[in-house]
Design a protein around this ligand. Structure first.
Ligand code: SF4
Length: 366
């Protein structure tokens, strides 16, 4: 059925039945996850942000440690950004941590330390888009609004046999309308969680486990045996490849030179080794020397290659070449800007680094 108006009406008619079946299944089959035993909006918000790009199993220890370190929104707002980034270290997608921290400060300054329940106020906070707002409003505040994440999109595309690419804007709007029709006036948070759980446990990408699904009597993809072809994949842009280079520079005391990235740029606020992207037309070695000059006003000689690693980011794939080197001209010392310093090998891990730098540290200074 791709008569969209007809499907929306049908969704409305079936909503109660779907909610009953799904909630019954959820109650019996849900995973016991730490954020499911709290009613604290801050903890629920934190879990939603962490889960956006990270698997459940990986999130659990971060979630627990983060709440131990920053138990309330006010604690988070008071903390320096660097401590927050350190607590997030190696989980990736660090803009989540920066936004969470900035949002906590706004919540304290403008909302008396309580997450706002008004959808527009909530969505005005950094890092809170329609999905996260829907999840917080429904799960923490019981509001009857949908929360459409990737799992929900996949489930609904099968349930209603949506045969258009999911990444198409009009398909996304249509799926959101379907979700609005389905969400019940009561237990909206449980319903949204159940729909996501169904996507995570049974209605998985590739091979859904329909034999255990509570919705087979309703699912149009199951009825038409098209569940393996749905959702329709859209065209994916190939991630461009970039090259970067970094240099390990030591002072006479064998300490390592590290640099803090600008707060508002790529991986902002995290520390790194000197270097940066290699521009078109530069050799890797030229690029490294040029970035050291631009970034630190240092002239360096590049010596032997130490390692090369591949690292994937959201919008590109990176090859990072790491060299040893020496300073030819310039005297770093402790700079006035405070964004670079010498760190001993024993001390260096107290600074927050991105995954690529952590891999360098593990390889060269295990
Ligand atoms: S019946 Fe299969 S395809 Fe349909 S919602 Fe359930 S798991 Fe997904």
């Amino acid at each position: 059925m791709d008569d969209r108006q007809g499907s929306l009406e049908w969704a409305e008619q079936k909503a109660k039945e779907i909610a009953t079946l799904l909630l019954f299944w959820y109650e019996k089959n849900k995973r016991l996850l730490p954020w499911r035993t709290t009613a604290d909006p801050y903890a629920i918000w934190l879990s939603e942000i962490m889960l956006q790009q990270t698997q459940v199993d990986a999130v659990i220890p971060y979630y627990r440690r983060f709440l131990e370190q920053f138990p309330t929104i006010r604690d988070l707002a008071r903390a320096p950004l660097e401590a927050v980034l350190k607590a997030w270290e190696n989980m990736g997608y660090y803009s989540r941590a920066r936004h969470l921290h900035a949002a906590a400060r706004l919540v304290v300054d403008s909302h008396g330390g309580q997450l706002p329940q008004d959808p527009d106020d909530l969505k005005a906070l950094p890092g809170i888009g329609p999905y996260t707002a829907g999840a917080i409003l429904s799960i923490a505040f019981g509001k009857p609004v949908p929360a459409v994440d990737g799992n929900v999109k996949r489930v609904l595309s099968r349930l209603f046999a949506v045969d258009r690419p999911l990444n198409d804007g009009s398909t996304q709007r249509y799926i959101s309308l379907l979700a609005e029709k389905l969400v019940p006036a009561e237990n909206a948070g449980l319903f949204n969680s159940a729909l996501m759980e169904l996507g995570a446990l049974l209605c998985r990408p590739g091979m859904p486990t329909c034999s255990a699904c509570p919705l087979t009597s309703i699912c149009l993809a199951y009825a038409g045996n098209s569940q393996h072809q749905l959702p329709v994949a859209g065209k994916r842009a190939k991630r461009p490849h970039k090259e970067a280079a970094a240099v390990i520079l030591r002072d006479s005391g064998n300490r390592l030179l590290i640099v803090q990235r600008p707060a508002d740029g790529f991986l902002g606020g995290l520390w790194k080794f000197p270097g940066g992207m290699v521009n078109p037309g530069e050799t890797v070695s030229e690029g490294l020397k040029n970035r050291c000059r631009e970034e630190l006003n240092l002239s360096v000689s590049v010596r032997e290659p130490l390692l090369t690693l591949q690292q994937g980011y959201t919008h590109f794939q990176l090859t990072l070449h790491v060299f040893s080197g020496t300073i030819l001209e310039g005297n770093p010392g402790l700079p006035a800007t405070g964004n670079w310093l010498w760190a001993s090998v024993g001390d260096i891990r107290r600074f927050p680094f991105s995954r690529a730098e952590l891999r360098i540290l593990e390889a060269l200074f295990p």
